[in-house]
Design a protein around this ligand. Structure first.
Ligand SMILES: [Zn+2]
Length: 248
């Protein structure tokens, strides 16, 4: 997935409101608040493309890891809401009562118009198989893919389904959905005002996810392996493309 201002990128991007805290870190903090006397175990938090807003948690005793699967809608939520949800899930795991304040904080976010809209959209999009459209208003992803494939992959990269997102997300500019073998690019980039270089870089980044498959959709650290990042640095105009994306 490409988000602006990634830490592992080699250049140091300016602090942006787009910077996202590692979800495992948020869960660890919630754990410390809930059980200050207990050493926190490992955390593995995965954002999943569920068709509805749901989350689950379990403790894997063999690896002493708390694993949480969280609806990817929560990725758009402010950190304090993610922390409220982390607290609710941990309370469930340890059979503790959830405070009203924490529950209210999460519920308030669930009932915001934006979240409600998102819930409606994922139900529509994911309930049945999506038909993505690669042809946008300003750019055609199909053509761009073929050009990038020829330029950087000797036209040998397998072509997944390509499409523009239904929502113009600023936070998630693109992602590769391995389950559906589809690259989805945020509609926000489908404008003439967006230089082609910036869009090409986001698409190239997602193409690298096709080339370097991962088992789990996970924190950016595990998904963006050193091999992945080495390939990414080969993109000509990388720094300029990143600067453009930061400024959008
Ligand atoms: Zn990525």
């Amino acid at each position: 997935m490409y988000r602006p201002a990634q830490r592992a990128s080699g250049i140091r991007p300016p602090q942006l409101l787009l910077d996202i805290e590692e979800p495992a870190g948020i869960f660890r903090r919630a754990f410390r608040r809930l059980k200050p006397r207990t050493a926190p175990p490992e955390f593995e938090v995965r954002f999943r493309a569920y068709a509805r807003l749901k989350s689950s948690i379990r403790f894997d005793a063999a690896t002493e890891t708390i694993r949480a699967d969280v609806s990817d809608l929560v990725q758009q939520a402010p950190p304090e809401v993610v922390e409220a949800l982390a607290t609710i899930l941990l309370c469930k795991l340890y059979r503790k009562r959830v405070s009203t304040a924490v529950r209210d904080q999460y519920e308030r976010w669930v009932h915001t118009p934006e979240t409600q809209r998102g819930m409606l959209e994922i139900r529509k999009d994911r309930g049945r198989k999506r038909a993505l459209s690669a042809a946008g208003e300003a750019y055609d992803l199909d053509t761009l893919f073929d050009q990038l494939n020829a330029r950087h992959f000797a036209s040998e990269l397998h072509k997944p389904e390509l499409g523009w997102s239904s929502r113009p997300s600023r936070r998630r500019l693109g992602y590769y959905d391995a389950a559906h073998d589809a690259i989805v690019i945020s509609r926000i980039l489908d404008r003439k005002a967006v230089p082609q270089l910036a869009l090409e870089y986001v698409l190239y980044h997602e193409m690298l996810h096709v080339k370097h498959p991962v088992q789990l959709r996970e924190t950016s650290r595990r998904v963006h392996t050193p091999e992945f990042l080495a390939d990414e640095r080969r993109f000509p105009g990388l720094d300029r493309a990143k600067r453009i994306l930061q400024s959008l």
